[in-house]
Design a protein around this ligand. Structure first.
Ligand code: C2E
Ligand code: MG
Ligand code: MG
Ligand code: MG
Length: 286
């Protein structure tokens, strides 16, 4: 943008910045009321293996603001992080997601279903009592920690790394699975990756998007898959939209996928009618 706009670049740039800051502050102000008004809901995006078995789902938060409609999670999660609202909001997500999984388990999830993946923000994770909080939510719902996969990002390892790693160990010892989200986009050095108590790498969708044309992206994807295999970690590809991407991933030995090619994130009732035995039966009986 700066290049194209020539001498107006500085001016346009600062206007953009100004707008973004204003939008962010407005979202920050709306968040507490939105929680009280119950404007948030959980969506679920299914995950599959190479035989099209349902192996899990990622919980994705949605906010339908009465005036603006759906607000992008990238924007409101950032606003919630900055205002601190992510803590009560994140607790709400955890509690609600655990209750939902518990209900689905009772109704009959396919046996291939391993666990529910929940995104955890840096600020949430940094709370001293985070491991005990999440354990409490899991127990409250009658679940086991192994029913839940916590998705964290490499950026969390930039600050207070020792404390973060200690907490990862604690959670892992409790039985939670830990996935590194958006893998490949961060700054983490590969040399200490094998020392982390990780279960899974999620290949960022940016690399999957261009595996058709971009040699460098293919190299990255293949390196991540090889590395995961050597380190005995699970690996899942995010953002699989096209059949050729799936075929490519299968040929490289990646056997877990998430993306629009299979299904978009969906509300709980839609998920249930597609994947839960009882719900599907009662719907077709109607
Ligand atoms: P993420 O955790 O990397 O989630 C994957 C994002 O990719 C989701 O965007 C999902 O809708 C989108 N996606 C899935 N398949 C495809 C595909 O095939 N093509 C494309 N183009 N996109 C696909 P979404 O729902 O907008 O969420 C954006 C980000 O917001 C998430 O990225 C996550 O970082 C954050 N987020 C969402 N829900 C929560 C939450 O409950 N807590 C926290 N802390 N963060 C959340
Ligand atoms: Mg995620
Ligand atoms: Mg991701
Ligand atoms: Mg993301």
């Amino acid at each position: 943008r700066a290049k194209e706009d020539g001498r107006n670049a500085v001016c346009l740039f600062s206007k953009d910045m100004h707008q973004k800051i204003e939008d962010n502050l407005r979202l920050q102000m709306l968040l507490p009321g939105a929680m009280e008004d119950e404007q948030f809901m959980l969506y679920f995006q299914p995950q599959f293996d190479q035989h099209r078995n349902l192996i899990g789902a990622e919980v994705l938060l949605r906010w339908e603001e009465p005036q603006q409609g759906f607000v992008s999670p990238d924007l409101f999660i950032r606003a919630a992080e900055e205002s601190g609202q992510i803590v009560p909001l994140g607790d709400w997500v955890l509690r609600k997601a655990c209750a939902q999984l518990s209900k689905w388990r009772q109704q009959g999830l396919p046996t291939s279903f391993e666990r529910l993946a929940i995104n955890i923000s840096a600020r949430q994770f940094s709370l001293d009592d985070f491991p005990f909080r999440v354990k409490a939510f899991v127990e409250e719902a009658g679940l086991q920690p192994a029913d839940i996969e916590l998705e964290i990002t490499e950026s969390m390892l930039l600050n207070k790394r020792d404390q973060v790693i200690e907490k990862m160990h604690l959670l892992h010892d409790m039985g939670f699975h830990i996935a590194l989200d958006d893998f490949g986009t961060g700054y983490s050095s590969l040399s200490y990756l094998h020392t982390l108590p990780l279960d899974k790498l999620k290949i960022d969708q940016a690399f999957i998007r261009d595996v058709g044309e971009d040699k460098a992206d293919r190299a990255i994807v293949e390196t991540i898959i090889t590395m995961a295999n050597l380190m005995e970690l699970d690996v899942i590809a995010e953002g699989v939209e096209e059949e050729y991407q799936l075929k490519y991933l299968i040929s490289k030995g990646c056997i877990k996928y998430q993306g629009y090619y299979f299904a978009k994130p969906m509300p709980a009732d839609v998920f249930a009618s597609s994947y839960i035995y009882d719900a599907a039966e009662s719907r077709s009986a109607k």
